[in-house]
Design a binder for this molecule. Structure first.
Ligand SMILES: NC(=O)C1=CN([C@@H]2O[C@H](COP(=O)(O)OP(=O)(O)OC[C@H]3O[C@@H](n4cnc5c(N)ncnc54)[C@H](O)[C@@H]3O)[C@@H](O)[C@H]2O)[C@@H](O)CC1
Ligand SMILES: [K+]
Length: 490
């Protein structure tokens, strides 16, 4: 499991470590890791040039010490000092002693134009708000160079992004690689900041033992998901494996029913019941489904319900959602089911509720606009989870899952923009509902479902469609299960 920690937590851990180490030791560890990562990106066989962008804090200090290490290996290093009188004094002395040069920001265009690599040490975890004008100009200069420009290695964080929230207010440095120290920060895993970070590499500076057991953000890895996947035991029957009910689709949108049932069949439950007006289409595609045309409460025993995809917005649809909300089993609500959803009604439920909005639906539930949700994904998902007393899976460029009452937010690492295709969300709702029926805890079901769905989106032939994503799901299971069998044998 990958973990990320907020700045406050990282700083507290650093203080403990700093007190036990000689002065400068921690920065030396950071700079050594940074210099090694930079050296790997430099071309071989000719004189090489590195430009350091140096702000006035310790982030600039890291860049200067790493620059000194590179200069000692024969690299031509020039530090562009944004604030020369406030640049890290010991770092500056080390760079100069190693033969590195310094220049003011007015020399930026020439220095950056000749550089094979740029090291962004303007701000790290001490950055506040959008970049100030001098720094913003450097970001714009590099942005203009685009693909033609040199690769940028961000020190700890791309300057200009918010470490805790992943928000970006104004200009920020766009990195090829971010070398982060001690612990990953939430912003490196959450859009829009994540897009600025490029590849993220963690350098161990000895912080781990000082960090709390519970991170602020977590991302499941393949082995975690494989361990969570429900497997049938020898004595299993369909109820022991779980039966999931799907109340989706309408005469107008029969396809949503088929897609949600398809996702549910690939989620590990022992059987899928379908309740609604699109039964004929569902049966034509999936004859193993137990179909009924009446309300969900008369469909027979289930261990979870999925409601909402394609139900439309007429009174029948509302009645279906109400009927499902009255059930005493975990319920997943998606799409049309989220429209006008009453927070008090959801909070009053005794069994778990999982909501799976995209940014537009989340904005409607919060009474804001879509752009606001996209700019502040972490804040939005937490707020929704609290307001509804439900687990919320916020779909999108980085899918996030939050539970009410706090605890780590999950970020899904397998997403792909190819999943932004009609009906893909219907498949996800069935998949997560099925994992709920199989007995996974709501957060685990949501995080596992998002992981499987993302991998299927990557495996499906390009361009992925909701149908090909569903078809790829068995292969995703296969890959995850066979990987754990190999690792448990070895
Ligand atoms: N504390 C520690 O023990 C360690 C810290 N390290 C480094 O130190 C960094 C934190 O250092 P600092 O606390 O000095 O803070 P930073 O260096 O991240 O940033 C603070 C400086 O940036 C300026 N600044 C703030 N917001 C700005 C903005 N929007 N635009 C332009 N300039 C802005 C401030 O005036 C201040 O001078 C970490 O990110 C990491 O790179 C590492 O050396 C590892 C050890
Ligand atoms: K930086």
């Amino acid at each position: 499991m990958r973990s990320a920690y907020r700045v406050e937590t990282v700083r507290a851990a650093e203080r403990v470590l700093l007190a036990s180490l000689p002065e400068g030791a921690l920065m030396a560890r950071a700079a050594a890791g940074l210099a090694a990562a930079c050296a790997r990106l430099l071309p071989g066989g000719r004189p090489r040039r590195v430009a350091l962008l140096v702000g006035s804090g310790d982030n600039g200090g890291d860049a200067l010490f790493a620059g000194a290490r590179l200069a000692r290996r024969g690299v031509g290093v020039t530090a562009l000092l944004l604030n020369p009188e406030r640049a890290h004094p010991a770092g500056l002395a080390a760079l100069r002693a190693a033969g590195g040069r310094t220049a003011g920001a007015d020399a930026a265009e020439g220095v950056l134009g000749r550089a094979d690599l740029v090291v962004d040490g303007i701000t790290g975890i001490g950055g506040r708000g959008g970049l100030r004008p001098g720094a913003a100009e450097l970001a714009e200069l590099l942005d203009r160079a685009g693909e033609e420009g040199p690769p940028v290695v961000a020190v700890d964080l791309p300057s200009g992004v918010d470490a805790d929230t992943g928000e970006v207010h104004g200009a920020a440095l766009r990195a090829t690689l971010t070398v982060t120290f001690g612990a990953c920060k939430p912003g490196l895993l959450v859009d829009p900041a994540r897009e600025f970070a490029g590849e993220v590499r963690l350098v161990d500076i000895g912080l781990r033992p000082e960090l709390p057991a519970e991170p602020d953000l977590v991302a499941l890895e393949a082995a975690d998901v494989a361990a969570l996947l429900p497997r049938p035991a020898a004595e299993s029957d369909k109820y022991r494996r779980g039966v999931v009910g799907v109340a989706a689709g309408s005469e107008r949108y029969p396809g949503a029913a088929v897609l949600a049932v398809g996702g549910a069949l690939c989620g590990g439950a022992g059987a899928v019941r379908y309740a609604g007006p699109a039964g004929a289409g569902v049966l034509a595609r999936y004859p193993e489904t137990l179909v009924s045309a009446g309300p969900p409460s008369r469909a027979g025993r289930v261990q979870s319900w999925v409601v909402g995809p394609g139900v439309g917005d007429d009174p029948n649809a509302r009645a279906t959602v109400d009927d499902v909300l009255a059930a005493e089993v975990p319920v997943l609500i998606d799409a049309d089911g989220l429209r006008g959803l009453d927070p008090e009604r959801v909070r009053a439920r005794r069994a778990a509720t999982v909501l799976t909005p995209h940014a537009g639906e989340a904005a409607a539930l919060l009474g804001g606009d879509r752009a606001g949700v996209e700019a502040s994904r972490l804040g939005s998902v937490r707020k929704l989870a609290e307001r509804f007393g439900a687990v919320v899976l916020l779909k999108g460029s980085t899918t996030l899952i939050a539970a009410p009452g706090g605890g780590p937010v999950h970020v899904n690492p397998t997403g792909t923009p190819w999943l932004a295709t009609a009906g893909s969300g219907d498949v996800l709702s069935g998949l997560v509902g099925s994992l709920l029926a199989a007995g996974l805890a709501p957060v685990q079901a949501a995080a596992t479902g998002a992981y499987l769905h993302g991998l299927a989106g990557r495996l499906a032939p390009t361009p992925a469609t909701a149908t090909t994503v569903t078809a790829a799901l068995p292969e995703v299971w296969d890959q995850l299960l066979s990987a754990t069998e190999v690792s448990s044998e070895g």
